[in-house]
Design a protein around this ligand. Structure first.
Ligand code: AMP
Length: 418
């Protein structure tokens, strides 16, 4: 029979790799604690409507990439393709805003998008991220960015660029949309079909183009900063000055925009030179209009999401072995089996990391395995030891061996530095 393989764009995380994930997750959780963010976990699937409203029907995610289905009860459901909308849904549903004026939430989760798989782009992938609700002030923008940079610096990512911009308030954007249309009108026939479509409903997205001659045309385009209100300008300047104060370098990218109306002011992206075509590690920004748009009380919010597969790719694919065993029990013969099974259990209940041979191997094979493991000592019990009531404890570094009473083994091993 042919074996069943995993689905294209999904990955198994095997032992050896899973330790790298755990280490990354531990760093993230520790840093979240330091900055005062609490974890939120939301379901793997939601109503499709949450994403069409919360992400926008004209985005690639909603228009082409969602795993959606109608369930047996006729409900339209979707595996979550992003996390801001589910977190906002939960924030509103549980009235978190009513309980505290400021809510700082973080997540580590799996997402699903039907993208064309390639290195750094998968159909199931993982993100960690934060959403901070309640403050419109630039200090939270700076904190959110600083937190992301702290995680990346802490895990040793190099070659990072922080790109920063402000897309202003909604009034500023409608002004800018008109200015951009006026500028692009004479070039309309030179634009690609995609950009021509975006021209009417979402001209800001034309700034995302990868088409070289469009990039050329856009060089002389008006910039969104020309349309900022005085408050937008002050907000952005303050974000920059707080980053300067913290010693965080950034580059201002006038074309870093987001097309949807509920995005406001700060946008940022972090890229790494350690990655190829898919070089974005983290994207974030303000969304002061989103909570209201999803049915909540108007609440400012800002967050980011960072791709964990890409972080691990950028760090380089070093395998780590789990080297955690402290005691290896070598048992020989049928008669000793109950003794060694019980001994292993007792040691484990004393928080001693213990391995027991369960393949009924020869003494030589078990000792080879013990030496290969990270164990400090081997406990050897055969028929002879069982009869005398004395196990042999072998120091796996020095090779020294000493007899110890089987009855007092747990206490004895507990008193050793392993
Ligand atoms: P987004 O939610 O699209 O703003 O993406 C945020 C981050 O998630 C990106 O910067 C990437 O690091 C990561 N990411 C997005 N899509 C994928 C994907 N298909 N596979 C792996 N990582 C992804």
């Amino acid at each position: 029979m042919t074996s069943i393989r995993s689905i294209k764009g999904t990955q198994d995380i095997l032992p050896g790799q899973s330790q790298r994930w755990q280490a990354l997750e531990t760093t993230i959780r520790n840093i979240m604690d330091t900055y005062g963010y609490s974890e939120i976990r939301t379901p793997a699937f939601e109503r499709t409507e949450l994403f069409s409203r919360g992400v926008g029907t004209e985005t690639d995610i909603v228009s082409k990439e969602m795993y959606s289905w109608t369930d047996q009860g006729g409900e339209n459901l979707t595996l979550k393709p992003e996390l801001t909308a589910p977190v906002v849904r939960s924030f509103i549903q549980h009235n978190l805003g009513g309980q505290s004026p400021m809510n700082k939430l973080y997540y580590i989760d799996a997402l699903f998008r039907r993208e064309r798989p390639q290195k750094g782009r998968y159909r199931q992938f993982h993100q960690f991220g934060i959403e901070a609700f309640g403050s419109e002030h630039p200090e939270i923008d700076a904190e959110v960015i600083a937190l992301a940079m702290t995680v990346f610096n802490n895990i040793g990512l190099e070659g990072l660029t922080l790109k920063l911009n402000s897309i202003g308030s909604p009034e500023c954007r409608s002004d800018y949309r008109n200015a951009l249309r006026d500028f692009l009108k004479p070039h309309f026939s030179d634009l690609s079909e995609t950009s021509q479509k975006r021209f009417e409903n979402n001209p800001l997205r034309i700034l995302d183009t990868k088409v070289p001659h469009e990039i050329e045309i856009l060089k002389d385009a008006p910039q969104i900063s020309d349309s900022w209100t005085a408050e937008d300008k002050t907000h952005f300047e303050e974000v920059c000055s707080f980053l300067d104060e913290m010693g965080i370098q950034y580059s201002i990218e006038p074309n870093l925009v987001r097309g949807l109306d509920y995005y406001t002011r700060t946008t940022f992206e972090i890229t790494s030179t350690a990655l190829g075509a898919q070089n974005a590690i983290c994207g974030g920004g303000r969304y002061d209009g989103l909570v209201e748009m999803l049915g909540g009380k108007p609440t400012p919010g800002i967050g980011f999401a960072a791709g964990m597969e890409r972080i691990l790719l950028a760090l380089g694919n070093v395998e780590t072995n789990s080297k955690t065993t402290q005691v290896y029990i070598v048992g020989l013969g049928d008669a000793v089996r109950p003794t060694v099974v019980k001994l292993a259990e007792d040691l484990r209940h004393n928080n001693i990391r213990t391995q027991l041979d369960v393949l009924r191997r020869s003494m030589k094979a078990q000792m080879r395995d013990a030496n290969k493991s990270s164990a400090t000592i081997a406990v050897i019990i055969g028929d002879k030891e069982l009869k005398s009531g004395l196990a042999e404890i072998k120091d796996l570094k020095t090779g020294d061996q000493e007899p110890v009473k089987i009855k007092g083994l747990v206490d004895h091993i507990n008193s050793l530095t392993l």
